[in-house]
Ligand binder design. Sequence first.
Ligand SMILES: [Zn+2]
Length: 301
Amino acid sequence: MVLKYKESLQNRWILIIRFKLASPLHVGRGQEGIYNRIVFSNVEGGLHPIVPASSIKGVFRDLSTKIAKNLDFRKPLTNKIVNNHVIDSHFPVEKADDDTNRVRVYRETYFQGYDGIDDDEFKLALARELSSGLNTSLDSFLELPVEEIIELYLSMKCPICRLYGAPGLSSKTIFLDAVVKGSYQVGLYTGTAIERKTGIVKAKHLYNVEYVYPKGETWVDIHIYIDNMDEDEELLIKSLIGLIKATGLRLGGLRSRGYGLLKLDIENSYAVKTIFDGGPEENITKLLRGGTRVSLESLLG
Ligand SMILES: [Zn+2]
């Protein structure tokens, strides 16, 4: 089960970020034996290569995790949570070897305000906060082990986890599959890999990777929706775009061979902030109409 935030949709940022292909690009749907194909999809009457949303989200998430640790969020607690965010956990990094009493370590690190109450009362207090913010009852939280409750609570306060999701917790950000457009060709990279089984080198085998490469202007528009973005999340997203503007974005396979470099085309990128007036949430087109379009450059400030 994936828990969702109870808060109703108030506003949605729509980011349309254009990237130009600056190198060959391979993005598939994961390893498929020795032949890694690109995904094509029928878009506007023609077949075009697709960059799956999950690949884009993965790269955005990794970069966000790296830069978040250098940012200054509003609350000291947020900074502490972000500094300890490692993939699926917020257990204090410097205490990683201290497995004697994990709950005590969590409490000493994050929950000084709860001093003087025993572990049962502590669990109840956190479960109450979770059920007020997430769409599940107090009782179902109380059935969970306390460590899971603590992690859910910390994820709910972590801008990285809020934006990109955490185990059992939905994300506030939606990425769409992106379409490669413009003028490009498809090529095939052939490499050799050494197959290893239980440490014994067996044999070299060939593998093929399909890629798309720019011929003239080739671009990808990445569409991202972010719901009810708060100040901390905004800081993180803006810093991320600033980083991508400076360094480009690396996406997909064969990156060590220089593949997958995308350069931000800031002039053709923009954002729309839509305010939701309380009608049916499915009515995205109405949302889109209501928004004001601003350049991505102006958003960076
Ligand atoms: Zn986190």
